[in-house]
Every structure is written in structure tokens, then in C-alpha cells.
Design a protein around this ligand. Sequence first.
Ligand code: GAR
Length: 205
Amino acid sequence: MNKGTFVVLASGRGSNFQAIIDRVSDGYINAVCTSLITDNPDAYAILRAKDAGIPAEVVSYRTFPDKNMYENALLATLARYNPDLVVLAGYMRLLGERIVDLYKGKMMNIHPSLLPAFQGLHAQRQALMYGTKVAGCTVHFVTHDMDAGPVIMQRTVQVLDDDDEESLSERILIEEHQVFPEAIKLFFEKKLLIKGRRVFLLPRT
Ligand code: GAR
């Protein structure tokens, strides 16, 4: 049987992308990453893709006159790969409804907070400013509203008294690198069942 395929969208450093493709290489995720797509021609993730022999597609946001034209190009790129799953790994743009609808139940994002707390940018800084004692990360399916889709998995991290944004972000990132590959693995094993807002983990068969 042919393996399932996914593409990763990333805007910058791409450490989550690296963690995911490493888990494809070691056989943990039984699927093929067919492309890295980025909106940022300077993204470090492009080098990671080249190192791994994965095609990197640059759909540079700033070369398009508006968001609609950008998304047309992004849709065309996605269509060429026709992935079973789209993985948003540090992709820092809000996708329009057309794309989200097309990949309903087939697009995942990771966010560095325990959603629904601290949506949007600088989630780790928001947690520190609020003063929570626990922080973490969330993998969720993407819906129209930002950082608001059905939660697949979450991991918690203790906030330490001497944490700053950098130290907290680093510890959350360690969890991100574990939980995101796990969610993708389960998706390709067809173990994730979405019922309304809840995602259930189906038992082993
Ligand atoms: C990660 O911490 C990810 O959770 C966050 O950006 C970072 C990307 O790092 N994503 C968001 O904040 C999305 N709202 P990476 O490029 O090294 O994977």
C-alpha cells in the first residue's frame, strides 16, 4: 500500500520541521514528507529541507500584491503535491477560509501555549506576563478562527521563578518536538477521530 503524504509549511527556523522529518527518517511516522513550503525566502527551514533532500517551495508573501493572490499561489503549490495532511510548523500567517475549508480535518498547527489560553503571537511571553505556573504547547486541527480548532494533544511545562521568555520557550520547544511527531504519526495511523470540538484517540486494533 502507498504511504500517506504530507507537506510542512514553516516561516522561519524550522526546528519543528526538523523534528518531524527526523521521525519520518527513523520510521516512527509512517508517511512521506513531500515538500517544505515557506512564505519566507530567508527561512532557515529551507536549508533543513535541502539537507534532507526534500523539495523546498518558496511562495514569498511579499512578492504578491495582496493576500488573495498569495493564497492563489499557495493553493496551486499545495495542489501540485496533493498531500493527505498539511502541517503548520511555525507558519506565522493566518490562512484564509478557502484553504482551511479545502483541508478541513487535514491540517494541523502547533502553538506554544495551552490553548485556549494565549492565542496569537508571543504566547510564551503572554504566559509569563499573566503569571501562570504551568505553560505548554498544543497541537490542533486548523479551523477558520486563529488557534481555536479541535485540540489533538497538549504537553505541559512548569514555569520556573527565574524563567524569561527565552528559557520558557526553549523548554516548551522540547515538548513541541515530541508531541507534534506523535500527533502526525497518529493521524497517519487513522487513530484520530474528530467529533465536534473534541478529538478522540482510537484504540489500537
Ligand atoms: C514554535 O514555538 C511554534 O510553536 C511557534 O513558532 C515556533 C516555531 O519554531 N508557532 C506559533 O507561534 C504559531 N502561532 P520552529 O520554526 O523552530 O519550529
